[in-house]
Design a protein around this ligand. Sequence first.
Ligand SMILES: Cc1ncc(COP(=O)(O)O)c(C=O)c1O
Length: 421
Amino acid sequence: MAMQARANQHLETMNFLNEIASDYPKAISFASGRPSESLFQTKMWVDALPRYLEYFALQCGCSLQGATQRLSQYGRTGGLINELVASQLTKDEGISCSGQQIIITSGCQEAITLTIQALCGHATDVIIVRNPCYIGITGAAHGCGIDLVAIDPPPGQSYAQALEKLVKELKALGRTPRAFYLTADFDNPTGSVLSMADRLAILTTCATYRIALLEDNPYGMFCFDGDRLPPMAALDREGVVIYLGTYSKTICPALRIGCIVIPQRLFGDQVASQRLAADLTQRKSFLTVNTSQFNQAVVGGVLLLENCSLLRLAKEATDYYRRNRDVLLGSLANAFDILGDDIAWNCPSGGFFLTADLPFIFDRNEAIKCAEKFDVILMPMSFFTLDGSRKTSIRIAFSNLECAEITLGVERFSDFVRQHL
Ligand SMILES: Cc1ncc(COP(=O)(O)O)c(C=O)c1O
């Protein structure tokens, strides 16, 4: 059977990710997938709050002061700006939904935690992920005592085939797979995109086995080349996709605003959707009570100022991240072409991350050596796998660096590689 998460590995990884940059302040860090601060529209956010207050006052039929007082109170657990978020998801992502299907969360991380808790009520329930996968789901599942199992299809096998095989194996062992979590667009950590055929086949398999598809989509709006594929939530006809959204990358992480979008009819059942919404809301009311109304108001104001579409803001960010990707690809080619096929990397068509494969193991020790002696920080891909595999791969995050830093960072890394070889 596919691999299960190794206890505590992700906690160490999280610590490592958080601490290595401050341990080596002079080093150029390709470690964290943060949005670039140079893109933060701080002036717009200051204008957004009064814009939302005007709108809210009109909605409530009260004065601006009354609206401000209401915002300052505890709020509705399910959220305040649901209709505006629904409009934005419909316009930008093609996900037609209403505000009633949405729960506003404190970032996507809360959305992940609440959803897996609500779906996995029994000790036999498990969540399926891809290997490697986002560390946030691994940590959340561990924290909630929920087992994760990963699929890693061999060449020639599709994700849907691997999923079906695993589901059968799990059921034979008395386990119940409740959900399949993935990032279809510009995945963290790999940078890969799921093909249209994979998306459709996975949706069919999920519908057949009644497994919810948890689609996490922080990077979908940053598409560098060609046309974007529709998110799986926009392709879903059977009510299998629970969509997990965030404004951390399109607006800014400090606001901590994300969302859960529940299908109108979960597996064709409207009552099941309502039950899930009630369960999630109840859980949230004991976890964070409600998501900061001031922060929701800033997001709401940005959506009002931008006519409920983030395409304009995302365009500027996409140009920036594309340029960084191109500088990174050019620098890798300059530094490593001489080594032929010994080092290979993918060409991400969007998002924040690139994967490179090295001719030697790059683990925690190598990462520390690289930071200490060569002033550059790279993330071992094995940190993001459930079984410690992908030992010779690294994740390169290129989102929060200037071009000159990318070039210099790759030069330093190539010195490390040459010395290692
Ligand atoms: C795949 C993925 N999901 C979720 C998150 C977290 O989002 P948020 O800041 O909304 O909690 C991240 C952040 O890096 C991410 O890469």
